[in-house]
Design a protein around this ligand. Structure first.
Ligand SMILES: [Zn+2]
Length: 359
């Protein structure tokens, strides 16, 4: 720390000085032989996009921004709820009270954490029609999603465009991660669509729960791989599928092989990207349904005024409008998308949407 003595007593009232020198800011990372000054400079000019800002996505974003990545985009379709706070370390009770979209809350927090990083939150549902626009243009794609439909969509785009991505998942006390470099390593379809022992997670956090320690552990493994890739240290990538269970203490690291018949990386059939597998209504969570039939721009203020006399607990901010029609709760986003809580039945969801938002 350098100090000429003139500014040693300006703590009262003055804004504390935060050094802009990257040598100082990232000194512990630069001292680490695997990164060094050159690796840090490369990291600072690199970019990544995180899909999904739940527990793994939020922890991944936090670590990458602190590490000094140059540019980070965070894409998420959801908003902060009290049940997220047990494991989603970027968010707090204020975010849940305001029902902020996770992408917005994450951007705000992370800009305060490290103003040297260009952080951009995007409130959107990743779909075949927007996936290339949202994900290409970044050096690396990181998995923070909670479902295989989205992961296979990412895999299609990544393989088609030869873009590296890192798969990461956790439920209960168990999680796994693997780095996918199209052309060099197996892809997600090699792992999950072949006859090899299933490495996917069938259960979800909404049905059997999830612990904070496993999501943070998996996020840490994911970010360590991301740092190697973005700092130009590809030779340090371990090339393994790592799985662990923080409750039983079992850790496994296995080499996985490419499937020579793979639908995606061998036959280049991008069915998820072509949209064949994309329904307009998706189940998201234990008792909720998402409707994303088409894009429309909603005036949330006008909608609030119209609905207020007939529905309960109407709240809105600049990003979304939420209200209750017991036993259901409906959250409508400015792009026309809606999440209905209290049902898993697409027909019920469609009826409520038509009645309150319009067909
Ligand atoms: Zn493959």
């Amino acid at each position: 720390m350098m100090n000429d003595g003139k500014d040693t007593v300006n703590f009262a009232g003055a804004t504390p000085h935060v050094s802009d020198s990257f040598h100082e800011k990232y000194s512990r990372q630069i001292l680490f032989a695997g990164i060094g000054e050159e690796g840090q400079k490369r990291l600072m000019s690199a970019s990544a996009v995180i899909v999904g800002c739940g527990a793994i996505g939020a922890a991944t974003a936090n670590l990458l921004v602190r590490a000094g990545i140059g540019r980070l985009r965070i894409v998420d379709r959801d908003f902060v709820e009290p049940s997220n706070l047990q494991r989603q370390t970027l968010f707090d009770e204020g975010d849940a009270r305001e029902a902020l979209p996770k992408a917005v809350a994450a951007e705000r927090k992370l800009r305060a954490v490290n103003s040297g990083v260009a952080v951009e939150g995007v409130v959107a549902d990743l779909a075949p029609k927007n996936v290339e626009e949202l994900l290409l243009g970044f050096d690396l794609i990181l998995d923070g999603t909670d479902n295989f439909e989205t992961r296979f969509l990412i895999n299609d785009v990544a393989v088609k465009n030869r873009r590296p991505w890192i798969y990461a998942a956790a439920v209960a006390s168990y999680g796994l991660t693997v780095t996918i470099r199209p052309g060099l390593t197996p892809c997600l379809a090699c792992l999950l669509e072949s006859d090899s022992p299933g490495q996917g997670l069938e259960e979800t956090c909404d049905t059997i729960g999830v612990l904070g320690p496993i999501v943070n552990l998996i996020a840490s493994l994911e970010v360590a791989e991301a740092m190697k890739l973005l700092a130009g240290r590809e030779e340090a990538l371990h090339g393994r599928l790592i799985s662990c269970d923080v409750w039983s203490g079992r850790f496994q690291s296995v080499r996985v092989a490419r499937n020579p018949e793979c639908r995606v990386c061998a036959r280049r059939e991008f069915v998820y990207l072509q949209g064949a597998a994309q329904p307009h209504i998706t189940i998201c969570g234990r008792d909720s349904v998402q409707i994303h039939e088409r894009n429309r721009v909603l005036d949330l203020g006008a909608l609030r005024a119209r609905l207020a006399p007939t529905v309960a607990d109407v709240r809105h901010n600049e990003f979304l409008l939420r209200f209750r029609v017991p036993p259901y709760e409906m959250t409508v986003f400015a792009d026309g998308r809606a999440i209905l809580k209290g049902t898993k039945d697409p027909a019920v969801a469609r009826t409520l949407y038509a009645r309150y938002i319009g067909a």
